[in-house]
Ligand binder design. Structure first.
Ligand SMILES: NCc1[nH]cc(CCC(=O)O)c1CC(=O)O
Length: 309
């Protein structure tokens, strides 16, 4: 009998749900059993703000350590939490089909953003969301929060906050879409690069696991993630920068796959933003990301990011 594949996962409910989803997909595609191995990361242990811990990379490094030590064969990450730097000994062997990447509002009394009164408190810790919410000019008071999805939503139920903004994808995976009062239009609040996508990672030299995972890969989702994350990497911005990017794939006139990419950089006080878009063949996703980032830099993105630090 072949030993089960060991899948390293964080213990949060979201991480466990995502990991079980990938485990089931591997089992369905290959017949290979998969067992979940729980790993505690620094980001789970500390109550400090993520930006103070050195970014969401703190969720990732313990999983990567376990991969390198050989105590697990694969790890499932929320793709948007991965630093853009490549790890030569590790590979993202699969990007499974992506969830809807948009942000979602969970507000009291089922209110939408436009219905929240001036001065209403909206919880979010992500500079990208803070900046874009302020840029709407609605007079909302953005309140920094962190914690898992349940903790954040609990602040609305308890009346501590009027609303929170979360990734719709996390709520979808947890079966909590019922709490969403508005899915935010990307023209107003553009999602984080790779939001809603998973990254399934293994060791580069582990050919057996790589080929099992290849069956889970979604070429369209991968092209979108490459385009969006190349924007982030080219801007030399991390997850704590007010950078947003969103790509979609569709059919081009010649019948091939086309990527349509939008990106923005917003001043943290919401006073200014640069936005742009481009499109081209999915095979050129990285080039599209580089070119759009270069355009944003030409139009002043660096100053906006510097003012946000
Ligand atoms: N930074 C935390 C994080 N990482 C991934 C998700 C949601 C799921 C996803 O985007 O894939 C969340 C929570 C949130 O932003 O609301």
């Amino acid at each position: 009998m072949t030993a089960p594949l060991r899948l390293g996962t964080r213990r949060s409910q979201l991480a466990l749900t995502q990991s079980q989803h990938v485990a089931d997909a591997i089992a369905a595609a290959s017949g290979r059993a998969v067992e979940l191995v729980h790993i505690t990361t620094e980001g789970d242990r500390s109550a400090a703000a993520i930006t103070q811990l050195g970014g969401t990379g703190v969720f990732v490094s313990a999983l990567r350590d376990a991969l390198r030590a050989g105590t697990v064969d694969l790890a499932v990450h929320s793709y948007k939490d991965l630093p853009t730097a490549e790890e030569p000994d590790l590979v993202i062997a699969a990007v499974p089909p992506r969830e809807d990447p948009r942000d979602a509002l969970v507000a009291r009394d089922r209110l939408t953003l436009g219905e929240l009164p001036a001065g209403a408190t909206v919880g979010t810790g992500a500079p990208r969301r803070v900046a874009q919410l302020r840029a709407l000019g609605l007079g909302l008071e953005v309140v920094p929060i962190r914690g898992n999805v349940d903790t954040r939503m609990g602040k609305v139920t308890s009346g501590e906050l009027d609303a929170v903004v979360l990734a719709r994808a996390g709520l979808a995976r947890l079966g909590r879409l019922d709490a969403v009062t508005e899915v935010l239009d990307p023209l107003q609040v553009l999602p984080a690069p790779a939001q809603g996508a998973l990254a399934v990672e293994c060791r580069s030299d582990d050919d057996v696991t790589r080929s099992l995972l290849a069956a889970l890969d979604d070429a369209g989702a991968r092209a979108c993630v490459v385009a969006e994350r190349t924007v982030l990497a080219t801007l030399e911005a991390g997850c704590s920068a007010p950078v947003a990017a969103h790509a979609e794939v569709g059919e081009a006139e010649d019948g091939g796959d086309e990527v349509y990419l939008r990106a923005s950089v917003t001043a943290i006080d919401g006073s200014d933003a640069v936005r742009g878009s481009t499109s081209g063949p999915a095979a050129d996703a990285a080039r599209l990301g580089r070119e759009l980032a270069a355009e944003l830099l030409d139009r002043g993105a660096a100053a906006l990011m510097a003012a946000s630090r």
